[in-house]
Design a protein around this ligand. Structure first.
Ligand SMILES: C[S@@+](CC[C@H](N)C(=O)[O-])C[C@H]1O[C@@H](n2cnc3c(N)ncnc32)[C@H](O)[C@@H]1O
Length: 221
């Protein structure tokens, strides 16, 4: 993780203590770096905010200027920018330093605070700190054995009474996850409930380019 104003010495030690062999997601950095600024080399890059996030924002009765929002694994930054445009005070992070540099280059006057950071060793000061957390397609991109830990790490970021939005591919319970990406089952999503969240709304999402993929936006609080 690069130095940040939100990072204390303990956080830095934690980031350094994790050996590379424990990071099966490090290939993401290679992918972004080797893309050399060509978004066509990033399979999930849309270069626009996710339509399900925009619909959710459009439905909100009140704008919340200045309210904190965290974007998990922000990729090329479009979702973070959309939240900032609606007045949220946005922090966005990604494991890939190249992705973060790309965001900063694309949005050079951005109000978003972009950081390179690893979901599995985030600063203590980020824990339970964000009234709104947006998680889009990160959990499903990680190996299955990291799933519970990823869910816990994301859940821990939401401040008491806050909202967690999860956009994910879905698979039937008791079916084998075929991937990557490896869709989540309802049983796995229930881990958020075990961690104290209530599912308040579930909205199906269909990507017209891949209508066969079952996707869902879940709002927890
Ligand atoms: C499928 S992409 C989705 C990107 C973005 N959320 C979107 O929907 O366009 C998964 C992202 O997770 C990031 N990522 C993977 N492992 C991570 C980790 N341990 N910590 C932070 N980001 C991670 C990758 O670098 C990549 O940008």
């Amino acid at each position: 993780m690069s130095d940040s104003p939100n990072m204390d010495q303990n956080d830095q030690k934690l980031a350094q203590a994790t050996p590379n062999s424990d990071r099966p997601y490090s290939w993401f950095e290679s992918l972004y770096a080797e893309a050399s600024g060509n978004p066509e080399r990033i399979p999930w890059a849309k270069l626009k905010p996710h339509p399900a996030l925009m619909s959710w924002l459009d439905e909100q009765e009140f704008l919340r200027p200045g309210q904190g929002a965290l974007v998990v694994a922000c990729g090329l930054g479009d979702d973070a920018e959309a939240l900032a445009a609606r007045g949220y005070a946005v922090t966005a992070f990604d494991y890939s330093q190249s992705a973060i540099a790309w965001c900063q280059q694309r949005f050079d006057t951005s109000l978003v605070n972009y950081y390179q950071a690893d979901l599995f060793s985030l600063p203590q000061s980020w824990q339970k700190a964000y009234p709104l957390v947006w998680e889009c397609r990160t959990i499903q991109s990680l190996p299955l054995e990291m799933r519970s830990e990823a869910i816990r790490a994301i859940a821990n970021l939401v401040s008491p009474g806050g909202t967690l939005l999860v956009l994910t591919h879905l698979r039937p319970d008791n079916s084998e996850a075929q991937g990557p990406p490896w869709p989540l089952s309802n049983a796995e999503l229930n881990e958020f409930k075990t961690l104290g969240f209530t599912e308040v709304r579930r909205t199906p999402y269909t990507d017209s380019k891949r209508p066969e993929v079952e996707q869902v936006l879940i709002e927890f609080n």
